[in-house]
Design a protein around this ligand. Structure first.
Ligand code: FAD
Ligand code: SF4
Length: 248
């Protein structure tokens, strides 16, 4: 048994203060990563600070045409937002390719950015894994490496970040907004996801207790492009259709 306590935060400040002030605390959003890892003994927080009541669920178009997605917007709400579907279709499409409908109803956009790698050795608390336990080695290097990275790897870790929606967000130069005890910070997408190098346990530049509050996507012209062809049948609404295979 691993005793654990639970706190429901009623403000952004309270959530940040609670986690920042206790190295054994972690944020809890949809719980689809955090509770999984708890059950697998991969993470052992002493306290979960529930952020689900915080007013960070908005999905809004900015005056300059950009998009602001609150960190607690669910993946499904984001994918179904008319603004996202019309103005940023590749974001909606990438979200719909991820997980399952049930999971997308639970999962938050902030949690999606912070989700853990799917490497089986990371999730097996008895296997050597530099990301989970620095200095123990990387079981995947000589073990099962299917689905692992081919670019940006190191001799210490070859896992990929598993978020589907991170791909179009990276292409669209999204910015991640956070809150700390001393104020707000912004991270360009490219500097938010750290390559493993010699410290694969450090995946983001965030300090302990730093809360993602929103993801902003600028209104680049390519934001209107789709991952698919858009087709229209006579008398029906237009809809997305997978691209036909390219001829050689
Ligand atoms: C069976 C299964 C299949 C999946 N398939 C896919 C897939 O195909 N594609 C895909 O992209 N994802 C997939 N996922 C991952 C899923 O998208 C993530 O688990 C989910 O997005 C995490 O969000 P959450 O709200 O549940 O976060 P939680 O589990 O609550 O939190 C995840 C982590 O983020 C931290 N955190 C949460 N919110 C914040 C915040 N606002 N600021 C800072 N830290 C925070 C938590 O402390 C925790 O460490 C799958 C998950 C499962 C279980
Ligand atoms: S690839 Fe990374 S996550 Fe997987 S075992 Fe190696 S160090 Fe751990």
């Amino acid at each position: 048994m691993h005793p654990i306590s639970y706190l429901r935060a009623d403000s952004v400040e309270a959530a940040v203060r609670a986690v920042r002030g206790d190295p054994g605390s972690a944020f809890l959003a949809g719980g689809t990563t955090e509770v999984d890892l708890l059950r697998q003994h991969v993470r052992t927080p002493r306290r979960l600070v529930d952020v689900n009541r915080l007013p960070l669920t908005g999905i809004e178009e900015l005056p300059d045409g950009g998009l602001r997605i609150g960190a607690l917007a669910r993946m499904s709400d984001t994918a179904e937002s008319p603004t996202v579907r019309e103005r940023f279709p590749m974001v909606a499409q990438a979200l719909e390719l991820g997980a399952s409908a049930q999971l997308r109803h639970m999962t938050s956009m902030g949690g999606n950015m912070m989700q853990a790698v799917r490497c089986g050795y990371y999730r097996d608390h008895q296997a050597a894994c530099n990301k989970r336990e620095p200095g123990t080695g990387c079981s995947a290097l000589l073990g099962v490496s299917r689905g692992h990275a081919v670019l940006g790897t190191s001799e210490h870790c070859i896992a990929t970040h598993p978020s589907d929606v991170a791909v179009p967000l990276a292409a669209l130069d999204a910015v991640i907004h956070t809150r700390t005890l001393v104020g707000e910070r912004r991270y360009a997408f490219g500097e938010f996801f750290l390559e493993p190098g010699s410290t694969p346990d450090r995946e983001h530049p965030l300090e302990h207790g730093e809360l993602i509050t929103a993801i902003e996507v600028p209104a680049l012209p390519m934001a209107r492009r789709s991952l698919y062809l858009k087709v229209r049948h006579r008398g029906t609404r237009s809809h997305w259709s997978p691209s036909p295979p390219r001829s050689a």
